[in-house]
Design a protein. Structure first.
Length: 223
């Protein structure tokens, strides 16, 4: 039996949370217009698992109606009481490169105490590629939370702002190999003598993934 918008909406009205989660999954098979309408409903569901699934999926279909998608994601960013849903909204804003919400993300980073939300905000700023996010990424780079620091390093690379170079070079000898690995990845867009020297150093790192990453970039650069 084919899945129709009406059958998905019927499931979304069920009192069984399993039915409603199934509805969000089935929405993936619908044409964009039907999927988007169903996801808007599910994004306001009383169960956080349903909201999370719907908000996450809006990141893949939101270009159908960017105005309404932005409205829904902003609403979940600020009004949802579940950190995972706020993080999903941030992720979707980044995936859709909705730079209109950049200030919302910045304000949320400063107002939340939830690390998962901060993590997702930083990742979204990298995905957006807007230089206005550089200041917050600099702050995240100094975070005591290693996961936030690591995602900030990657976001610096995605942003491609040359102001990031000295900040990244300062982490080349970091004690955490995962930080060094991410630094190697982040240096790829910045080909100059300083970054070449840094990658040559990382190409001899004692940790295999780090040296392999650096060697791969050097090869791509023709060195």
């Amino acid at each position: 039996m084919s899945v129709l918008p009406e059958s998905v909406q019927h499931l979304l009205a069920s009192t069984d949370v399993g039915d409603r989660i199934r509805a969000v999954n089935q929405a993936r098979t619908l044409p964009l217009d039907g999927a988007f309408e169903c996801l808007k409903i599910a994004a306001l569901d009383r169960n956080p698992r349903v909201r999370y699934a719907a908000v996450s999926q809006i990141g893949t279909v939101g270009n159908y109606d960017r105005v309404q998608a932005l409205e829904v994601l902003r609403d979940r960013l600020w009004r949802d009481g579940e950190p995972d849903v706020q993080a999903a909204a941030s992720d979707s804003l980044g995936a859709l490169q909705m730079v209109e919400a950049l200030e919302d993300l910045q304000h949320l980073y400063h107002s939340t105490t939830e690390w998962i939300v901060k993590f997702s905000v930083v990742a979204a700023l990298g995905a957006m590629g807007d230089p206005r996010g550089f200041e917050l990424l600099t702050m995240a780079l100094a975070s005591e939370n290693e996961l936030i620091k690591i995602v900030a390093i990657g976001a610096m690379g995605e942003l491609g702002d040359t102001r990031a170079i000295p900040l990244l070079l300062a982490l080349v000898n970091h004690s955490d190999w995962q930080v060094r690995h991410r630094v190697a990845q982040a240096l790829k867009p910045f080909q100059n003598p300083e970054t070449l020297t840094a990658l040559q150093r990382l190409s001899t790192d004692s940790i295999v993934p780090v040296c392999q990453e650096a060697q791969g970039i050097l090869t791509a650069w023709g060195n």
